[in-house]
Ligand binder design. Structure first.
Ligand SMILES: Cc1ncc(COP(=O)(O)O)c(C=O)c1O
Length: 173
């Protein structure tokens, strides 16, 4: 497969001369939608629910600018250590970053129960990275359920950075 990808890139190199449409190519969005359905069993509408970006960093940054309402003293919660774009995006959107430590004591996962109530009340966006960079930790279904409950209770959006979703043990299965 890697050779096929390389060959396809080579055969279509002339297309690199121009920018894609801002909303992405419909055929690419369709292909992404098919992959998501095959991988996660979720059917999305490619036209309104999928937006191709130049790397996940662009998507993480843009999402933050769109979601944050800077007039409401907002907080963006992120794991620590973390990939820097979460912090930069939060600051540029006018939000205060809140770092949720991942240490040996917390099993290298963010311990959301340690976040003070007044911070949760102000939280508009919470970044999750699973599998995590740099700890490699993967959240369990139970972790996700707790997070969904927290998001429902406080009305924040979960920004799920899944750029490493295809790296896992036992890749043959
Ligand atoms: C956790 C995490 N998110 C996002 C990115 C951004 O990756 P890219 O913009 O290349 O997709 C990286 C890159 O190292 C990363 O480690």
């Amino acid at each position: 497969a890697p050779d096929t990808v390389k060959q396809a890139l080579f055969d279509h190199q002339a297309l690199f001369e121009k920018y894609p449409p801002t909303g992405g190519y419909p055929e690419l969005k369709e292909a992404i939608g098919n992959w998501i359905e095959k991988r996660y069993g979720v059917k999305l509408d490619p036209a309104s629910q999928i937006l191709p970006t130049n790397g996940s960093r662009e998507a993480l940054f843009a999402l933050t600018q769109v979601l944050i309402d800077p007039t409401q003293d907002p907080v963006v919660v992120m794991p620590n250590p973390f990939y820097q774009i979460y912090e930069g995006a939060a600051k540029l959107a006018g939000a205060q970053p809140y770092f949720c430590p991942m240490t040996a004591e917390t099993g290298f996962k963010p311990d959301y129960s340690s976040i003070p109530e007044d911070v949760l009340k102000r939280t508009q966006l919470l970044f999750v990275c699973s599998p995590n960079n740099p700890t490699g930790t993967v959240l369990s279904l139970e972790d996700w359920r707790k997070l969904f409950d927290l998001s429902d209770k406080h009305g924040f959006v979960i920004g799920s950075d899944e750029c490493y979703s295809e790296i896992y043990f036992d890749e043959d299965n």
